[in-house]
Write a protein that binds this ligand. Structure first.
Ligand SMILES: [Zn+2]
Ligand SMILES: [Zn+2]
Length: 820
């Protein structure tokens, strides 16, 4: 070995040196005004938890940082900002738990996060750091609320909402997971009827859905949004009661109306009181009271036992004209469709369960090949391919799709139906009965009603009060602070009172990307020229856990701001990539399992660069991987090898490192071809976020260099390609190779595809595992020909002549190993 006596690779010294130097030189600063090729590299900002940076955060940020650094080396002016999503229940609950005021706790957490993020070597321009809790920021969050209010997109209405008894606040539908609070997996969410502020995101449903097609997004993210928006085509059909009341139902299968043997109303449906008969009233009322205790989301979940009560009333099936009973059941929700459904037990699994339990008639109205009108139904048959109608006078024999249109227009002719499109997406409930958020900028006046706070009076500062604990009353803790909420009405001057609810944290994060380039500007939320230059965001990388929350809300807010003339584009993130998740030894990381990987320990032991590369080497970045401690030393060995190549060049002692003297060396022409091939692969893979295979290619290249003579021309491009992955390490190597400027200010190496695709390849011939020859063979040479060429080589013959060949190992275009 030739590296004895030369400086060994010491990650902590190298990383501390370059962290300090980047800061001093402003290496990570972006000239926002002067940039020629703006590239806005956005990553999802974290909420600064007390536990510190999670390894999942590090995985996400490093992958995004590699992308940003790669683009910078490609000649773009990359802007990579970072901030903190520091309002919200996560932070507040923790503050309550440990008894520290969030206004005191959060700045501490932010500082800790900042230090950890800096330690990871991210290319962040810290001059643009923001926190959503900063009045200079939430002034504009409130301003956005006012703009939406002015446009009629922020409305107050009384509605059934999800209430978490542990959080003591309402939750958006998106924050309820199978009936449980997303923050309290063991607390069932209840339903409450409260006055709440809503953003009418549903006005943008078609735009949110339609635009998805042209966005360059990960397919998984697009699909999640599409499903959440939940467009379904169908018909509204009218069922009439003998008393002349009309109940409208929405169905995606109007062709099955002949099989509707009962009607179900949501327990909250306004007609329930009117239609219920005297005999059934007590049962109906008892059932309705019971349902009030259940949350909206678990009522939607399909796997529970059906319950319901007969109202005593009957209605007419608009297709058959027959009389069918009217029930109420909790599986029908007022919030979805019309709050009423027709029960078609023959062709809907939920209805089949219900009808079986309540002993209601079940009729087949669609028959597949080999079935007829009399074929019995052992279970619901919802989707019969090639199904045709039966038991449906006037439509018998017709394919069901055609019949769906036919039945709708027939009923339309009688004034009993019309074709409609329905959506699952509902308006966004933005008010929270909590302390830790931006106060909603509204004042209530007995004389003037609901009065927006005048824009010049923003921000409405969140007062620092000691009593921040939420209670079960359904109003915010701020309602207990009269000295804060009593204010003169801006319109008439009489005493009014402030809205005491704060806004959802997802409003804070719905526009943060607009603010970054304008951080520090007081007079505007986002400067027009900077916004025009830097937005929409060039590349956004984040997790799919935000596919239906943050990403949907940010799109909506941007569309609204566009329509109100504040920005010039309607889609904030034309390109989005979802990263994968990492698990630990095959299991999801969680506090309860005790298997959460704390990054600090690894960074301390191995250095940030090794840790970065190890995370990226776990698997494809967009799929994730399994964190097993075993692999990290392999990355370190790789960096050590590169280090030796560099210090040897630096000392002028460059020579072959990988093998004992006397063995035939790698052909320089072969190494040159390999340089082009490696550069091509690393370039393409890095661009595609396939970081693990790019790293593998660099490893292979380093091993080859060690078998030949690693010249500066061969090593320097490798150092540049390593810069996105191991930035401190690459800077140090670059400097040692004699370059005074940052490696980030050089250019990404170019490759020649023709050279990379050599006609000939070098095949190593080993005898019993020792290299005895290197042959130049046409690419793709078959095994028998390669073995014959090996056996004919004089250097090989010396070792095999006179021996029986036990076995031959052949790796195409790479290796022939002869075992004697
Ligand atoms: Zn909760
Ligand atoms: Zn007034």
């Amino acid at each position: 070995m030739t590296d004895q006596g030369l400086t060994p690779y010491d990650p902590s010294a190298v990383e501390a040196k370059w962290e300090a130097r980047w800061e001093k030189r402003g290496t990570n600063h972006t000239d926002l005004e002067g940039a020629k090729r703006p590239f806005y590299n956005l990553m999802m900002f974290p909420y600064p938890s007390a536990e510190g940076l999670h390894v999942g955060n590090v995985f996400a940020f490093v992958g995004a940082d590699i992308h940003g650094r790669f683009r910078r080396l490609q000649g773009d002016d990359v802007f990579e900002p970072m901030g903190f999503d520091a309002f919200g229940i996560h932070s507040e609950n923790y503050a309550l738990k440990i008894g520290v005021h969030p206004a005191e706790l959060i700045p501490r957490n932010i500082e800790r996060f900042r230090q950890q993020l800096k330690r990871m070597g991210l290319m962040i321009d810290w001059r643009r750091q923001l926190s959503t809790t900063d009045p200079a920021y939430y002034k504009w969050t409130q301003w956005i609320f006012l703009q939406l209010h002015k446009a009629g997109l922020a409305v107050r209405k009384r509605a059934a909402v999800n209430w978490c008894p542990a959080c003591k606040t309402v939750l958006a539908n998106e924050q309820v997971i199978n009936g449980f609070c997303e923050r309290h997996p063991d607390v069932k969410v209840e339903q409450r009827v409260l006055d709440q502020w809503f953003f009418t995101i549903t006005r943008y449903t078609e735009q949110l859905l339609g635009n998805l097609e042209r966005l360059d997004w990960s397919a998984s993210t697009r699909l999640l949004q599409t499903n959440w928006i939940g467009r379904s085509e169908g018909a509204e059909l009218a069922f009439e009661t003998p008393g002349g009341q009309r109940v409208t139902v929405f169905t995606t299968r109007p062709d099955t109306v002949f099989g509707a043997t009962y009607l179900v109303l949501a327990p909250e449906h306004p007609l329930v009181t009117t239609v219920t008969t005297a005999e059934q009233r007590a049962d109906v009322n008892a059932y309705r009271r019971n349902v009030e205790k259940t949350d909206l989301v678990s009522r939607k979940v399909g796997d529970k036992e059906r319950s319901g009560v007969f109202t005593g009333a009957y209605t007419r099936n608009p297709a058959t004209g027959g009389s069918i009973p009217v029930w109420i059941a909790d599986y029908v929700l007022m919030e979805y469709g019309t709050g009423a459904i027709m029960g078609v037990p023959g062709h809907d699994a939920r209805d089949f369960d219900f009808a079986t339990r309540m002993q209601l008639p079940i009729v087949r109205v669609v028959a597949g090949p080999g079935q007829d009108a009399a074929t019995p139904l052992a279970a619901a048959e919802p989707d019969i391919p090639d199904g045709r109608l039966v038991n449906s006078p006037g439509f018998d024999g017709m394919p069901w799709r055609e019949a769906a249109r036919g039945v709708t227009s027939a009923l339309e002719g009688k004034g009993l139906g019309k074709a409609v499109v329905n959506y699952r997406l509902h308006d966004w409930c933005v008010s929270r009965q909590r302390y830790w958020g931006p106060p909603i900028p509204i004042i209530y006046c007995d004389a003037c009603g609901t009065v927006p706070v005048p824009e010049q009076d923003l921000p409405v500062i969140l007062p620092v009060v000691t009593d921040t604990r939420p209670d079960d009353s359904g109003v915010s803790p701020l309602a207990r602070h009269e000295e804060w909420y009593r204010v003169p009405c801006p319109t008439c001057g009489k005493m009014g009172r402030r809205e005491t609810d704060v806004s959802d944290t997802f409003l804070d994060s719905s526009w943060y990307f607009l603010r970054y380039p304008s951080v520090g500007l007081d007079g505007v939320p986002f400067d027009a020229a900077l916004t025009k230059k830097w937005l929409p965001v060039t590349s956004y990388i984040g997790g799919n856990e935000h596919a239906v929350l943050h990403l949907m809300y940010a799109r909506f807010i941007t569309m609204a701001l566009k329509d109100l003339g504040h920005v010039g584009f309607e889609e904030p993130f034309p390109r989005f990539r979802a990263h994968g998740t990492i698990v630990k030894d095959g299991a999801k990381m969680s506090k309860s399992r005790g298997n959460v990987v704390v990054p600090d320990r690894y960074v301390e032991q191995w250095g940030a660069d090794t840790f970065r590369m190890y995370l990226m080497f776990l698997g494809p970045y967009q799929e994730g991987g399994d964190f097993r401690d075993a692999g990290i030393s392999g990355i370190r060995r790789f960096l050590d090898k590169v280090w030796h190549l560099v210090v040897d060049l630096e000392a002028g002692t460059a020579s072959r490192l990988g093998e004992a003297p006397g063995q035939p060396a790698r052909d320089p022409a072969d190494l040159l071809r390999m340089k082009h091939r490696t550069t091509e692969k690393v370039t393409k893979d890095t661009a595609a976020l396939d970081y693990n295979t790019a790293i593998a290619a660099m490893m292979e290249y380093v091993n080859a260099l060690r078998e030949g003579t690693p010249t500066r021309e061969l090593v320097e491009p490798l150092v540049v390609m390593l810069a996105p992955y191991a930035p401190h390490f690459a800077e140090e190597c670059w400097e040692r190779l004699g370059h005074p400027a940052s490696v980030m200010d050089t250019s990404w190496p170019v490759f020649d595809s023709k050279l990379a695709l050599a006609e000939e390849v070098q095949v190593v011939v080993q005898v019993n595992g020792k290299v005895r020859a290197r042959l130049r063979l046409p690419r793709g040479t078959a095994e028998n020909e390669a073995v014959a060429a090996a056996k004919a080589d004089a250097g090989v013959r010396r070792f095999i002549d006179g021996h029986a060949l036990k076995k031959v190992v052949f790796v195409p275009d790479r290796l022939v190993n002869i075992v004697i």
